[in-house]
Design a protein around this ligand. Sequence first.
Ligand code: PLP
Length: 410
Amino acid sequence: SHQNLNLRTLEQSDKLKNVCYEIRGPVHEHAARMEAEGHRILKLNIGNPALFGFEAPDVIMRDMIHALPFSQGYSDSLGVLPARRAVVTRYELIDFPYFDVDDVLLGNGVSELITMTMQALLNDGDEVLIPSPDYPLWTAMTTLSGGTPVHYRCDEENDWNPNLEDIEAKITDRTKAIVVINPNNPTGAVYSREVLEGITDIARKHSLLILADEIYDKILYDDAVHTSIASLAPDMLVLTFNGLSKAYRVCGYRAGWVVITGPKEHATGFIEGLHTLASTRLCSNVPGQHAIQVALGGYQSIDALCAPGGRLHEQRTVTWDKLNEIPGVSCVKPMGALYAFPKLDPEMYEIHDDEKFVQDLLLQEKILVVQGSGFNLPDTAHFRIVTLPWAQDLTEAIDRIGNFLSSYRQ
Ligand code: PLP
């Protein structure tokens, strides 16, 4: 037997106690168990294009396969030069402050770069302004790094735009940075130049580092225009995060980058810290790095997918239309990214625990979504659905969600 009375009980570290990442939380695990039992679950919970028949551009795969023999060793900790050069060129083509290859750091997706940034930046008790709702990794990594996440409000009645007064009201002596997720996950909001200028004004006044998560900057619908916040603040330190996971549909390759723009002489210590962390993990996945140069050059197939008539555009529109047809459900039109974030009218649906709501939907309809509170939103009246399945599948799924909701009606 394995019984050994001397074995120590292992708890997770205290550091992890307050770290939440609900997108792959307990309900997700429950769904995995149901799948193992043979149920077919419609997974509307994770922005993974590969699950829904999206193929990566062929050239990316061919180029990566070609590079495999040259990818056996560790690379430079910052990343291979051709990829970092391609990142520089990508931003030279838009109105972006000057930076060079040494200001680019490649990572195993944006996720690793978020983790490294927070670890390099925060002392215990330092505060970071993070949107609510947010992509919850920002909050989780702030907490894990000893920092205090302070959530600023985004207003649903104002197309989920950040509330500038709320941002300003939450700044303290300990506030070190502000996170801006644009286009936004989970709301699909794309911020105007004016809103972004409002944020840069506040950041300038209080000397805040700007952390710009722009992983959806090429996934835009209708007349949405993306403005990189770094382009509005060449006089400030800005870290802009992006990668291949979404626009190039290769999230499994784990290829991301961060670029540092603005005056670096005030931040040499922090940047050195980032480089130290980069070297302790030696390098990011080298085959994934080699996919970056070919992805960023040439034909950008994402544009056609997002244009009217394109698959992502149609799916976004169907999702938004169908959700709004359900009594008591309202959804702000997503202008970018891969999600819709509907609201359930609390007068009509009494939901005290949105995790239970999502769990019930899973058990009854075998559809998996993520509860709004998983995005650090302080209410229980929202959920997030991904717009990646074919329009026909989304239509059926949302019909079933409508039926399910009718059993929740008060
Ligand atoms: N940031 C946002 C806003 C995201 O939605 C995601 C993934 O869903 C990530 C970062 C992480 O992406 P990556 O695959 O590059 O780690």
